[in-house]
Design a protein around this ligand. Structure first.
Ligand code: FAD
Length: 510
């Protein structure tokens, strides 16, 4: 197997996103930090030798394979990779090509097994922890990548779960179909990873979250196989499919899913508005979600994020912004709407009635062209010794202002926020933190901030995660959110499906 992604930064090794010098200068000024030179590129570290415990199963043990599976893509993962602190790299990597091979591995492996899709987890979900076992192997699922069956009449597609976003969409496009699931990590994440983490894509207003798209699935557990029937709805007791969606590799390996798919929309369009404040924008998007139909993409940035995005896009030169300044108004909060298969007339009317100043389709079209480049910017900022990390949550509309204020209060540095998923009863809040992180202090600085932010989330009516999942990083807050008995019940189920406790130790509730 060849490794397609960079071992220490995001995505394609040949791709970079250098911040414009103006943007960088502004950032350093804002953080009160003297500009520093770029760090040199790290050399691949030599990994400690380990003997895998795999009972003759085919596997890879050379450094390139182990390095490519040594962690996910959180800030802490990237810092550790850059520093070469890789004592926790897996002992071996397995690449099954069929569900039967997955079953064989789960039966015979005498070590911890970490299911791995694209490895884009930002919550420590693929950290190769051994738990109480003698060793740890990562189970790379990307060879399970076929579109198996399309039922055009029912708009269902059965697909293997190691398939990456672009391959899935191009297979479906041959049938005139789309899944409509576009997380920002789309290019490097897999269907199985999306399902295992309860992921949300950027067009969730039209297509829903991944759990809305999964009609049925097939999972291989150490105790055997579970197949849930793909029916439109069922009253045959609690939904077993829902227990596997979001199980983060701790209960079984999801090898196939039957997905609800859609004809590719005939048209797409964007519109942008500037609101005098974040609160005014929130009123508008709440009405859009409650009165419907909600736009496919809704992205409302707070004032700080709006300013930062404009600086990055050099928007000072745009006509809309010049006009606004001429009228004596500040840019305020930017709302970007994306419509699929309709003109979004009702949403546009609401935006104007709630005080939005229309700035046309340009910002949305630009975002659409560049959205998968943005993760490369984080690596570039890390090169200059800055801490860049995100965290996200959701709450009811009436509680959004309280939660927003509480989380901002728990963080420090430059804090940007946007709403990117709306529901009739509430919305998600997505925070980006940029702060100074001198070499050697990165982990301590972020861990302290993150703990304060997570405490603020759970004590102010938010969920510990709207779409990134629990992984290792949010585990400590699970009981506060779910309650002890609920977590105990989930652990009991793990005992049935994975009696030796080999699957993904230290994640979620395991
Ligand atoms: C730059 C960036 C942008 C992101 N944007 C978004 C976003 O917009 N929306 C969003 O929801 N998330 C986002 N994420 C988070 C991440 O991409 C998602 O959690 C994604 O669903 C993970 O998919 P993956 O294939 O990379 O899974 P991995 O990272 O490989 O695994 C994630 C978890 O799922 C388990 N797992 C993986 N495959 C399987 C399987 N087949 N069966 C059982 N368990 C499995 C793993 O053990 C692990 O616990 C982003 C991450 C980054 C780095």
């Amino acid at each position: 197997m060849t490794q397609r992604v960079n071992w220490w930064r995001w995505g394609d090794p040949a791709h970079r996103f250098e911040p414009p010098p103006d943007f960088l200068t502004c950032l350093f000024e804002r953080l009160g930090v003297a500009p520093r030179p770029k760090a040199p590129e790290p050399a691949p570290p030599r990994l400690p030798d380990r003997t895998p415990v795999l009972d003759g199963l085919p596997h890879e043990t050379d450094d390139a394979h182990r390095l490519a599976h040594a962690g996910g893509r959180s800030y802490l993962d990237l810092v550790r990779l850059r520093r070469g602190s890789l004592e926790h790299a897996p002992d071996a990597v397995l690449y099954p090509a069929t569900a039967e091979e997955v079953g064989e591995i789960l039966r015979r492996a005498d070590c911890a097994v970490v299911p791995f899709g694209g490895g884009t987890s930002v919550v420590g979900g693929v950290a190769p922890a051994r738990g109480s076992h003698r060793g740890v192997a990562t189970l790379d699922l990307t060879r399970l990548s076929r579109l198996l069956e399309v039922d055009r009449e029912s708009l269902l597609a059965r697909v293997e779960c190691g398939i990456m976003g672009p391959a899935l969409e191009s297979e479906l496009a041959r049938h005139g179909l789309t899944l409509g699931h576009f997380p920002q990590s789309f290019e490097y994440s897999t269907l199985g990873g999306w399902i295992a983490t309860r992921s949300a894509g950027q067009a969730s207003g039209r297509y829903g979250r991944i759990e809305d798209m999964v009609a049925g699935l097939r999972a291989i557990t150490p105790a055997g196989e579970i197949v849930t029937r793909a029916v439109p709805a069922s009253a045959s007791g609690p939904e077993v499919r829902e227990l596997l969606v979001g199980s983060e590799g701790t209960l079984g390996v999801i090898v196939e899913a039957t997905l609800r798919v859609h004809p590719i929309p005939e048209s797409r369009a964007f519109a942008s508005y500037l609101f005098p404040s974040f609160e005014a924008g929130l009123r508008a998007i709440r009405r859009m979600a409650q009165e419907g139909p909600a736009p496919a993409i809704v992205r409302l940035s707070d004032v700080v994020e709006t300013e930062a995005a404009m600086k990055l896009a050099d928007a000072d030169r745009s006509f809309g912004l010049k006009l606004l300044r001429f009228l004596g108004r500040s840019p305020g909060a930017h709302l970007m709407l994306g419509f699929e298969g309709g003109d979004g007339k009702h949403a546009r009317v609401i935006a104007r009635r709630e005080g939005g100043f229309g700035v046309g389709a340009g910002p949305g079209e630009r975002w659409d062209r560049e959205r998968f480049r943005h993760p490369y910017l984080r690596d570039a900022l890390l090169d200059y010794g800055l801490l860049v990390e995100t965290l996200e949550t959701a709450t009811s509309w009436s509680n959004v202002p309280r939660l927003y204020t509480a989380v901002r209060g728990a963080l420090s540095g430059l804090i940007l926020c946007h709403v990117s998923h709306v529901y009739s009863d509430g919305a998600s809040l997505y925070f980006t933190v940029i702060a100074d992180a001198p070499r050697g202090e990165e982990e301590e600085r972020w861990t302290r901030m993150k703990e304060a932010a997570c405490d603020a989330l759970v004590s102010n009516g938010g969920t510990i995660s709207h779409h990134h999942g629990v992984g290792a990083d949010h585990r400590a807050w699970l009981v506060s959110e779910r309650g002890e008995l609920a977590v105990k019940a989930l652990r009991a189920m793990k005992g049935v499906l994975d009696p030796r406790g080999i699957l993904n130790p230290g994640k979620l509730h395991s």
